[in-house]
Ligand binder design. Sequence first.
Ligand code: AMP
Length: 553
Amino acid sequence: MKFLELAKVYEELEKTSSYIAMKEILTKFFKKVSKDELGIVAYMSLGQIACQYADVNLGMADKMAVKSIALAGGEKEEIVLRKYKKSGDVGETAGEYAGRGTLTVKNVFETLHKIAQAEGGGSQERKTKLLANLLSQATPLEARYLARIVLGDLRLGVGDKTVLDALSTAYASKEARKELEHAYNICPDIGIIARTIAHKGINGIKKIGVEVGVPIQSMLCQRVKAIEEIGKKIGYPVIVEEKYDGERVQVHKKGNKIKLYSRRLEDITPQFPDIVQAIKKAVKGNCVLDSEVMPVDSKGNLLPFQILMQRRRKYDVQEYIKKVPVALFVFDILYNGRSLIREKYEKRYAILKRTVRQTDKIKLALQKMCKDSDCIEDLFNKTVEHGGEGVVIKNIHGPYEAGVRGWNWVKWKPEYVKGLRDTFDLVVVGAYYGRGRRAGTYGALLCAVYDEKKDRFLTLCKLGSGFNDKELFGLLKKFKKITHKPARLEVAKTIEADVWFDPRIVVEVTGAEITKSPNHTAGYALRFPRFLRWREKKPEQATTLKEILSFVK
Ligand code: AMP
């Protein structure tokens, strides 16, 4: 397939902001694509060349792209740079230098992989030349999207969900959408999903199971307004477990090869060589475990989450193993040679107990079987007394629901008990410049919730309080400005931000109340929001519109 065909689809997608229209454009296109190319096209419709957990980076900055454009167009670099600065859109600038139009999708995909693979001495030059070579063969339209893909700025507003929807209507049926989503939650690689549906149909999709080395989307917790609701929502008896406030870790173990993945499915193995060693000694066989890593003191007491941040580093890792000791609290097993996610929690936990030998570094989550809310309160009080975050109440019959925030896991935290404040995980999408004491940084951040149905972000509040000075003046550095409103954001004209950010960073916020608001596209506003901390979550894992609505009912 010619790359021009894909570029024309990009153009069509760019012109619309309607989710339904995007889905239709992609469905039509996917029907035309050959089975062998569908995997590549699925990645590229998201502006990617591999799944996220594979951690493939093109490693090109604006300057290198400008160099490539100059090289391809036989133009002076300063002139290209000037044009780019004026338009703020590398795609538009690249499009000014037309080539012959001989590119194929496969050729572009393979060359982009070569760019990603170029490492070490002279790699910048090799990357620049590879891109220049592509650009010199590209028509203006192709060059425009090529340049944007390279800088990770495709701006189409197409998310994973849109692609899944389009794949299911193109290759199966609308009803197959659920199966596809389930498979994608277990194997979050859109290329594999697309190839499987193309070659093996929905039956192939149904067979996708847990595999060591492929991180699965984490199961998430629901919440209740009152602990009395547990009986109705889950049904007694339940398992009540300590909720550890550290970082989620998914352990993948095959023999002595161990990988650790974060909740964002990033490979975090290099940060925790001590945990890797401890797993080798304490865990039997090949398996996938779900757990939380916590900072602990020399006696094994839990320490606050903030301390763990120091372990998030590439350098001096060995030194920090001693400075910031950690322990792993394991609470689930998803694979032990076969997929366990459809098994009941009770059974999974029994298997987990046989798989893990507890040591000072690897422990099983503290838990208790409860038949009433008094018993829940009892464990809850104990965890809060020793500085815990609360409890997670689990359905003993519940399967492991990858990527789902269902009623099989319910969290209960001290904030809920006080009845004063609740916390929300919001996505930062923009900011307003500060004045007075805040001149030189942002005065407030524009925060949004996630609308799962439409795959859009809807604004809920402007967040300006709760930051200490260090955080406040670190905001400029923390957020990378983009030149346009994020494609998947819906925002009212009345509160347009001074600067926009890609919806990437999630912040935990508390507030006093939620009330109706015409200014926020969520339809509601969080009043008196206060910053609590940054969260390691994907924007799609933030508080959803549905949760907000259930809250105000
Ligand atoms: P939240 O981030 O507030 O929605 O709470 C869900 C998170 O709690 C999960 O993503 C885990 O990282 C964490 N967690 C801590 N302890 C447990 C546990 N025992 N069971 C499940 N999740 C837990």
